[in-house]
Design a protein around this ligand. Structure first.
Ligand code: ADP
Length: 252
């Protein structure tokens, strides 16, 4: 059970407007330690790893290639096909392998989050397959998957308008925080937890937003603002991962 302390006095300068202390001591706007790397699956056309804290996503992109089955081809545009999967040993209690409703929903959401950034009109009748595997899960896996997938698409050389960056904002009782851990998602005091995963392009265009819980309009707007700040940080990490790969290639 998460041990949350709602303090009776202000806890620190940086947290001065909040009476909240996060279990891992992070500030409300502070993401977990985050890293990204491309080229982690050599057999794929493009691939990437994205880690935030103990959550690790690996994305592999195959294509663009002719869409099969043929009846799914769209002569007007290309399509993205996403498959999100949390592998059995990604959490303490082994997950039953195979597709389930949650994985199907997240696969669809990931596709929606990425689509606006990809120039699919350049690939009529074709498909780009995006496989996301969560090898370690401590909440925020859909966001980590989207961050990895966006990078993997860029690494595959798929023309994109922008990268997509994603983060989960949470309302724990009344306090907004970014990049929730599982412990925070399980918070039960006061108004309980609200989880708001948000994805956006670097120009701030929101491509995906979900809401699990209760929140007022003002705090929802604040959540988007908080997500924007974090996504700017994530975007820099993604850009660096791509640049590092180019630099490595140049040294060969
Ligand atoms: P997200 O990972 O995007 O936050 P959820 O809110 O559905 O998505 O899941 C939160 C967290 O709950 C996951 O990251 C994982 O740590 C845990 N979790 C989800 N599904 C399972 C499961 N079937 N068994 C064990 N833990 C799970």
């Amino acid at each position: 059970m998460a041990e949350f302390k709602v303090k009776s006095k202000i806890v620190s300068e940086t947290n001065s407007k909040n009476l909240f202390q996060r279990p891992d001591g992070r500030g409300i706007k502070e993401m977990r330690e985050t890293e990204a790397k491309v080229g982690v699956v050599p057999a794929a056309d493009g691939s990437a790893m994205f880690r935030t804290g103990k959550t690790i996503a690996i994305a592999a992109v195959y294509g663009p290639k002719k869409m099969h089955p043929q009846h799914k081809q769209d002569p007007a545009t290309g399509q993205i096909r996403c498959e999100y999967n949390m592998i059995s040993f990604s959490v303490d209690e082994r997950i039953r392998p195979g597709r389930n409703r949650r994985a199907m929903e997240i696969s669809e959401i990931t596709k929606w989050a990425l689509e606006p950034s990809v120039m699919l009109d350049k690939y009529p009748s074709q498909v780009i397959d995006v496989h996301i595997n969560i090898i370690q899960a401590d909440a925020g896996t859909r966001c980590a998957g989207i961050n990895a997938a966006s990078l993997a698409l860029a690494h595959a050389g798929v023309p994109m308008k922008d990268l997509v960056s994603s983060v989960s904002v949470g309302k724990l009782d009344k306090t907004l925080v970014v990049d929730l851990t599982k412990e925070e998602e399980d918070f039960e005091e006061g108004e309980g937890p609200t989880d708001i995963p948000i994805s956006m392009t670097s120009s701030g265009k929101v491509t995906h937003m979900q809401l699990d819980g209760k929140i007022g309009v003002k705090q929802l707007q604040e959540s988007v603002d908080l997500a924007k700040e974090s996504c700017e940080e994530i975007y820099e990490i993604q850009k660096k991962a791509l640049k590092d790969a180019v630099d490595m290639e140049a040294k060969k």
